[in-house]
Design a protein around this ligand. Structure first.
Ligand code: V47
Ligand code: SF4
Length: 370
């Protein structure tokens, strides 16, 4: 391919990618350091096209955030409140069923269920929740609980992580979302989320989840106080775990990686400006390049906006996540993106970027293959 890089240092990265040689930490740092955004995006597109051609995925999903009461109170979170706060809520089974029934006529394939760490909720609440959702929506897959919630549930129940995951699976859990690791740096954890578990526990829980035959996603929360080196270390830690767990069983360990752009409004970090478009696109492209053993990279339109997510399809992303409708975590933190997108809008967005829209299920099975 005759590609003239504005930054000639990218030639050696392209050579490595063409030879399918794994990129090093130094390569990752160079990719962040360079001003040649289009060069980085073009290399990421080589990998993206190799894996998925012109396909771009999305899912018809519904978010359920069952409680906003959380004892952790991470500094970057605008969603969580104390129980005494007048905006606090915790949905019981009837509330959850109502949310599902409100949209029962829609062809929803996945329920994305996460919430705060509310000490008043017993372990039985979570198994009841999964069972109730499965009863109302037997054909939809349940993607629920970040590893932070799993850790908390293991403490509440007195069960080991393996036993906790097995009980949740038995009750209907099909896969786990990313989230909870934020950025795997002890320095950042101490400053922004000291009450949340650290890197080793997060990785241990993910390994147990994959070992139990459940796939999961992984995320990075970027654009706050983390350094570029901490971002790369995070990606490499995920890549190393994926090396170990992707062949454990048919589920393939981590399914997708989702960069989450920090939104600071209504948080204790409101002085931090929003991420730039260049940073968002670089984060997508560099994730695609460093995570050579991840099948999918999502451009999460809720965080980076519909328009940039569309462009991200040319910078390494192959998935726009879902139709969503009622996302709360990022919108409470000031996201200006829509609350939800129609299937037609998602498909038009993908087509006008030059890709073929593929509606998928939770495991990337194609629903509308034409
Ligand atoms: O772990 C919290 C992040 C995560 C803010 O697996 C914030 O398909 C930006 O994990 N600004 C939860 N981000 C969301 C999550 C997720 C989202 C979409 C898809 C998937 C998936 C998973 O939200 C938290 C945290 O990293 N978050 N507050 C904020 N102010
Ligand atoms: Fe609680 Fe999660 Fe928000 Fe942290 S990010 S305060 S754990 S809801």
């Amino acid at each position: 391919m005759n590609w003239r890089f504005a930054d000639k240092r990218l030639e050696k990265i392209l050579d490595k990618v063409n030879l399918r040689t794994r990129l090093s930490k130094e390569d990752g740092l160079l990719l962040f350091e360079t001003y040649d955004l289009n060069g980085v995006g073009m290399i990421a597109d080589v990998v993206r096209q190799r894996l998925h051609g012109k396909k771009a995925f999305y899912i018809y999903n519904q978010h359920i955030n069952y409680t906003n009461i959380c004892k952790n109170r991470c500094l970057f979170c605008a969603y969580a409140v104390d129980k005494s706060d007048k905006s606090s809520y915790s949905w019981d089974m009837a509330d959850i069923e109502k949310r599902l029934m409100d949209r029962i006529d829609e062809p929803i394939n996945e329920l994305h269920i996460v919430g705060g760490l509310n000490p008043d909720l017993p372990f039985s609440y979570f198994t009841d929740l999964l069972k109730r959702v499965k009863k109302v929506r037997p054909n939809a897959k349940i993607k629920a609980f970040t590893s932070v919630e799993i850790d908390c549930l293991s403490n509440i129940s007195g069960l080991s992580i393996d036993e906790t995951v097995a009980a949740l699976k038995e009750a209907g859990l099909d896969m786990m979302p990313g989230g909870g690791a934020e950025v795997m740096s002890e320095r950042v954890r101490q400053k922004l989320f000291p009450k949340k578990m650290g890197k080793d526990r997060w990785l241990q829980i993910m390994e147990a989840v994959h070992g139990a035959g459940l796939p999961s996603n992984a995320t990075i929360l970027y654009g706050h106080i983390e350094t570029i080196e901490e971002r790369i270390d995070h990606l490499i830690a995920l890549r190393e775990l994926q090396d170990r767990t992707s062949n454990l069983n048919k589920t393939g360990g981590f399914s997708a990686f989702i960069p989450l752009a920090f939104h600071s409004e209504n948080t204790k970090l409101s002085h931090i400006p929003p991420t730039t478009a260049v940073d968002d696109l670089k984060m997508v492209a560099i994730s695609r390049l460093m995570l050579d053993n991840f099948a999918h990279i999502k451009a999460y339109w809720v965080m980076i906006g519909e328009k940039l997510a569309q462009i991200a399809l040319n910078y390494g992303a192959d998935d726009l996540d879902g139709t969503i409708i009622e996302e709360r975590i990022t919108h409470t933190a000031g996201a200006k993106s829509a609350k939800g997108l129609s299937r037609e809008f998602m498909e038009d967005m993908i087509k006008s970027a030059g890709f073929v829209p593929i509606e998928r299920d939770s495991f990337y099975g194609e629903i509308n293959a034409k």
